[in-house]
Design a binder for this molecule. Structure first.
Ligand code: OSB
Ligand code: MG
Length: 381
């Protein structure tokens, strides 16, 4: 496809509640979306970089500048012709910035799939070896996947009520944020509130050497997975826990690329991984990690980034692949966002419907898009 124009918007979307983790608190969701206009129609992509560079080095405004000044011009240069499978190579002169690149990849892939009238879910099944019947996910795939919600750090005396509320909304799995001081007590409060719930915890790397016994206790407190208990550098601590814990120890911050995950697997320092297409550099990179997880026998979960409806559509399509044995952050965008230009994904009876429309997601509402745009730029060929 020939890209004729890239239109970038920095949105500032209100949250239904602050998202608090061991990295800090997010109170509004700045997020970048890109529209590409091509010789075969247009497409939309989400760059899921957070408002602040606390979880990864990228952040929304920085990504806006990186895309407009450095990445989009590569696609608009004379003679450049890309599609969803070749765009990563076209963007490779720029070092790093996986989330910025993922946003453009999604936009180009959306344009391509809309033109071919194929859904992302179907495209992913085909790319994942489905067309040849092996080794991946042949056939149309599931209609729905189990829903999962995340709960940020909230006051201890409200944990029980919040978990009950999410369970009542249909979520069978809840991932509760923890950190030193809000640790075993949070797990016990959540467990007591809804004994039958699939309970996971995510420490965002906040525990250290002195918390080894505590983290081991949490692993035996009725949780089904522990996400990133220690800092990504603490490989030995992670390996010790993997060797003794009865549940998967899931790498998130420690998994910026598939090669990092390979190193963790070799060191015995992960028994699961949170696959975040945005953070890995896009859907193609996520598919590569899916494939490698199978060969390692590593458990996988689909990781959320408080996406808007656009990114949530992509995440749910990805999560329908066979590899994802640990229920992921699969909630509607409206779990976190009080306003969203995109139509939301659908949740029914505790499950997310796998999107089957052409492309990644339906069109955004142009009025809502305009209302929450705080910066915009168009770059043309
Ligand atoms: O640590 O998994 C994380 C969101 C943004 C950045 C990091 C993380 C998260 C989540 C996902 O916990 C929450 C969601 O998208 O529902
Ligand atoms: Mg995490």
């Amino acid at each position: 496809m020939i890209i004729e124009r890239v239109t970038l918007r920095l949105l500032d979307l209100p949250l239904v509640e602050p998202f608090r983790t061991a990295h800090g608190s997010t109170t509004t969701r700045q997020i970048v979306v890109a529209r590409v206009d091509t010789d075969r129609g247009h497409g939309w992509g989400e760059c899921s970089a957070l408002p602040e560079p606390t979880y990864t080095a990228e952040y929304a405004l920085g990504a806006f500048v990186t895309i407009s000044e450095h990445l989009a011009p590569l696609l608009l240069a004379p003679g450049v012709d890309v599609d969803g499978s070749t765009i990563a190579a076209a963007l490779s002169p720029i070092v790093g910035h996986p989330m910025a690149k993922a946003g453009l990849e999604m936009a180009v892939l959306d344009a391509e799939l809309r033109h071919e009238e194929i859904s992302l879910a179907t495209h992913l099944r085909t790319m994942d070896g489905g067309a040849l019947g092996a080794p991946g996910s042949a056939g149309p795939g599931p209609q729905s996947v189990p829903a999962g919600a995340a709960l940020g750090l909230v006051p201890l005396d409200t944990v029980g009520a919040r978990v009950e509320q999410l369970a009542a909304a249909g979520f069978g799995r809840i991932k509760v944020k923890i950190e030193p001081g809000a640790d075993l007590s949070v797990v016990e409060a959540a467990r007591a509130a809804v004994p039958g719930i699939d309970l996971q915890v995510d420490a965002n790397g906040s525990f250290a050497d002195q918390h080894r016994t505590l983290v081991a206790e949490i692993a035996h407190a009725g949780v089904s997975a522990i996400e990133q208990p220690f800092s990504p550098e603490a490989v030995d601590l992670a390996a010790e826990l993997v060797a003794t814990a009865p549940v998967p120890i899931v790498a998130d911050e420690a998994a910026p690329t598939a090669d990092h995950v390979a190193d963790l697997v070799a060191a015995g320092a992960a028994s699961g991984v949170s696959i975040k297409p945005a953070r890995l550099g896009g859907i193609t990179a996520a598919l590569d990690l899916v494939d490698r997880c199978r060969s390692w026998g590593l458990a996988a979960t689909a990781g959320g980034m408080i996406e808007c409806g656009l990114g949530r559509h992509a995440l749910i399509a990805l999560s329908a692949l066979d590899t994802f044995s640990i229920t992921g952050d699969l909630s509607p965008g409206g779990r976190w966002l009080a306003a969203d230009p995109w139509p939301d994904v659908t949740m029914t009876n505790g499950a997310m419907t796998v999107p089957r429309g052409p492309g990644v997601a339906p069109e955004p509402d142009p009025d809502v898009l305009d209302r929450f745009t705080v910066r915009a730029v168009t770059i043309s060929r």
